[in-house]
Design a protein around this ligand. Structure first.
Ligand code: ADP
Ligand code: ASP
Ligand code: MG
Length: 814
């Protein structure tokens, strides 16, 4: 004998029922088959909905009834175009009874658990009849047996307990008495000793099949569903989840207890004692291996077998100084909940005994509170304990694995992984057997938590980075293109899965939780909604993806002002924008603090020297214990361009215009020519060297003419360049007379910083600086005479973009 169970989706459409029939046909060639079926997918929910509507005196229960009827009619007609009379008569019969029941509920305005069981039983009765009759019509040897005549329970309606003695005897006797090759049986439904209709709990068809498998002592129980096995985690929430090949009964029980819906938790018990393996298979892909649940020990290097989640949890906290050291509180608490038939999913107790925390189904929370507050009425009145506290909107996530007990540091890894992603943990429980570690978190964090934990424990260390870029102008565009080009390389060589989730320019923005299609990003962005900085921030927060990184490629003050909001959500910030790091010392210090506190990296390598690794090198020197004594640098690609091109045959005005046209200056060239931009850069380097310094503290020896210095607009400024040509030519001539070249130099020495134009003699490392190159010389305790020198192109869209890219990768390796 073989026992197969098909779930709701497997029998959810005529197309799927045909698949089921062909699986049964092929299995029945080997041996006899007992086939347990669920109601047609979604029907149990609809029956309960109709009942609830009728109870609320809501006439729409009739619409729901009609929907239920039509779903079945369509399936019957589809499957049996010629030979449907017996089925239509049966359906007519059942639907008349169903309608009467719903009208009764409507009349008396009440839906008791007993009536509810009667109501939902229609689902499995009808589905099993349709399947067996259809198979008969196709000439197969089939019987149908109503399990209500076999499975006997107590009267605990909606989740009855099985009387195994009677049940096993019934099942064995029945299968002895029949000869049909296939028997179709409705799952989920049963009867009490008194003959009332009962059910085995939601999802209980799995349990029905296990009861039959155990009674008949078969070799294997097959659970056919809509996924290819028990997955490493909920496949609806984590795309990277994959089927577990083999798993122990204990692990399967733990996973299903904590929400892995693919198996109804009580299912394991009947087959466990007899060592009957459960095989989870996919009706849509019968050739897939699936999962085998058995006693066999499986040796894998991964101590974690699976991660599960269960939603709709309420956390109850009972606390009060009167509880300390006085026995009996827990006993009374649990007794009360047991009397109310409230299932406790998770328990934690602080060792001080000052509080007990319980996770239960949120649907039971109100009842639990009333009952518990009543039982502790006296203690509450005497202020020995507080009225019970109820929190909702919560979920439990659990790591499960038989082998976890032999490995240190799993819970540490679990909690630090969650913490790094800003997921707040409300309660923690670890079974003494160490087969599971569970945590209560907010519903909104579940998807992110499962994805991060799955990445941590199952994904061969591939790390997903979710990037949001604001400012896709010149540099931003290059960055997107570089990411597009390097995605495969990063995945294969660095195990980084880099995805752009959000993009924005000043006009529009766009988001795609699965990663924006980079082949087409410009069109997607152009067709997106109107851009807004707050809207962008909110979307990044709402998406709540792990390893989120905000990249600022603007020069906008408003964007920089939002960094704290990102960091506080544990979202990393990569800034090309210099404003934040060169604003008030307090702001810079705040950002550094937030970055540490919320474990959100804040990187801004491109603030100095574009793509050159200036800040990273400085950070490494400091981190390794070196001390910066002085910095000398040419940090302005634009000023270098200007002074490399300016001489007695060119006009200063023309050279500046050219630098602007080629994109080497800020949109407002005064920011470069006044030295402010260089001052900001040396300020950032000084701060990164450990100095507490502000922009006002930097001595700025400007080379501009008086009128240039005080011009009101960009146009005015350019006008002064024409008018003051002599002033600039004099600067050039003076340097030339000393065989020097003009370079705009930034210095940091003895806790003081300055910027200004200098005459650089031949032989000095700055003398031959070409084009738009930058150079930085670090003098440190370890580099006292020969400085560490970093030199290369210090401006340009491509190198700046690759500097940003490097920051993103750095963050990925963090
Ligand atoms: P059936 O109707 O066949 O009984 P269920 O809907 O009860 O099917 O269970 C299968 C579903 O369980 C899957 O579609 C999947 O969404 C969900 N599920 C949750 N956790 C897991 C897991 N760890 N492995 C597989 N499926 C899971
Ligand atoms: N039809 C029942 C339910 O939806 C039982 C089952 O499908 O296992 O809960
Ligand atoms: Mg199920």
């Amino acid at each position: 004998m073989q026992v197969l169970k098909f779930g709701g989706t497997s029998v959810g459409s005529s197309k799927n029922i045909n698949k089921v029939i062909s699986i049964l046909e092929s299995y029945s060639k080997k041996d006899r088959v007992a086939c347990v079926v669920s109601a047609v997918g979604g029907i149990t929910d609809k029956l309960l909905l109709a009942g609830e509507q009728a109870k609320q005196k809501d006439q729409t229960f009739k619409d729901t009834f009609n929907t239920i009827l039509n779903i079945h009619l369509d399936i019957i007609n589809d499957l049996n175009p010629k030979n449907s009379q017996v089925l239509l008569d049966y359906l007519d019969d059942k639907s008349t009874a169903l309608k009467q029941l719903l009208e009764g509920i409507y009349l008396i305005n009440e839906l008791s658990p007993k009536t509810s069981d009667k109501l939902v039983s229609f689902g499995e009765k009808i589905s099993s009849f349709i399947i067996s009759e259809t198979m008969k019509n196709r000439g197969l040897s089939v019987a149908r047996k109503n399990t209500q005549e076999l499975i006997i329970t107590n009267s605990n309606y909606t989740k009855a307990e099985v009387d195994y003695q009677r049940t096993n005897a019934n099942i064995q006797a029945y299968f002895k008495s029949t000869e049909e090759q296939i028997t179709v049986l409705p799952g989920f439904i049963s009867k009490s000793v008194q003959g009332e209709e009962t059910t085995l709990g939601r999802g209980g068809s799995d349990f029905t099949a296990a009861i039959i498998a155990a009674a008949l002592q078969v070799d294997q129980l097959d659970i056919w569903t809509d996924v290819s096995g028990m997955f490493t985690t909920n496949p609806k929430l984590v795309k990277q989840a994959y089927p577990i090949k083999t798993i122990s009964y204990q692990e399967a029980m733990e996973l299903s207890h904590f929400g892995a819906k693919v198996l109804y938790p009580p299912t394991v018990q009947p087959v466990l004692d007899l060592n009957i393996p459960i095989h989870i298979k996919n009706t849509n892909a019968p050739e897939d291996t699936g999962t085998i649940i058995s006693n066999e020990e499986t040796r894998t290097s991964n101590p974690v077998t699976g991660i599960s989640n269960i939603g709709n949890i309420a956390l109850l906290t009972l606390q009060g100084s009167g509880m300390v050291g006085i026995p009996g509180f827990s006993k009374r608490l649990f007794e009360t909940l047991a009397q109310e038939k409230i299932n406790v999913i998770l328990i934690t107790q602080a060792s001080s005994e000052h509080s007990i925390c319980l996770g239960i189904d949120a649907g039971d929370a109100e009842r639990a509170k009333m009952a518990v507050d009543l039982i502790f009425e006296n203690e509450i009145a005497l202020h020995k304990i507080d009225p019970i506290i109820v929190e909702t909107g919560l979920s439990i996530i659990a790591l499960v694995g038989d082998n976890m007990k032999n490995h240190q540091g799993i819970s540490g890894k679990m909690f630090s992984t969650l913490g790094k992603n800003n997921i707040n943990i409300r309660a923690i429980a670890q079974g003494a057997s160490e087969k599971n570690i569970s945590a209560v978190i907010a519903d909104k964090d579940v998807k992110k938590a499962l994805n991060t934990l799955h990445e941590q424990f199952f994904e061969a260390k591939t790390k997903q980075l979710n990037v949001f870029i604001t400012g896709v102008g010149n540099v931003g565009e290059r960055l997107v293109e570089q990411i597009k080009q390097q995605r495969t390389y990063l995945k294969e060589n660095l195990k980084i899965n880099l995805r752009i989730i959000g993009l924005s320019n000043s006009r529009t923005m766009c988001f795609d939780e699965e990663g924006i299609d980079l082949k087409d990003w410009k069109t997607i962005l152009a067709n997106g909604p109107k851009a807004s900085l707050d809207g962008f921030l909110q979307q990044v927060i709402d998406l709540n993806l792990r390893n989120s990184i905000f990249v600022d490629v603007t020069a906008n003050e408003e964007v920089a002002r939002l960094y704290p909001n990102y960091l506080r959500e544990s979202i990393g910030v990569v800034a090309c924008n210099k404003i934040a790091c060169s604003s008030a010392m307090d702001t810079y210090a705040l950002l550094k603090r937030l970055s540490l506190k919320y474990n959100a990296p804040f990187l801004f390598e491109t603030n100095v020297g574009a793509g050159l690794p200036v800040i990273d090198t400085l950070n490494n020197l400091v981190a390794s214990g070196d001390k910066i004594t002085s910095i000398q640098a040419v940090l302005s690609g634009s000023l270098n361009f200007v002074f490399n091109h300016f001489n007695d045959t060119t006009r200063f005005y023309d050279v500046v215009k050219q630098a602007q046209a080629e994109g080497y200056t800020e949109p407002d060239p005064r920011i470069d020519l006044s030295g402010v931009d260089v001052a900001r850069k040396i300020l950032i380097l000084a701060r990164e060297s450990g100095m507490d310094m502000n922009l006002e503290d930097i001595e700025n020896n400007s080379f501009l003419s008086e009128s240039g210095l005080h011009s009101d607009t960009v146009a005015d400024f350019f006008q002064t360049l024409i008018e003051d040509e002599d002033h600039y030519q004099r600067l050039y001539a003076a340097a030339k007379a000393k065989h020097c070249r003009l370079k705009y130099v930034a210095q940091f020495h003895n806790a003081k910083a300055s910027v200004g134009l200098q005459e650089i003699p031949e032989g000095h490392p700055f003398y031959n600086l070409e084009g738009k190159d930058n150079i930085v010389m670090f003098y440190t305790h370890r580099y006292p005479e020969q400085p560490m020198i970093i030199k290369g192109a210090g401006a340009g869209a491509d190198v700046t973009a690759s500097g940003l890219f490097a920051d993103i990768i750095r963050l990925g390796n963090n």
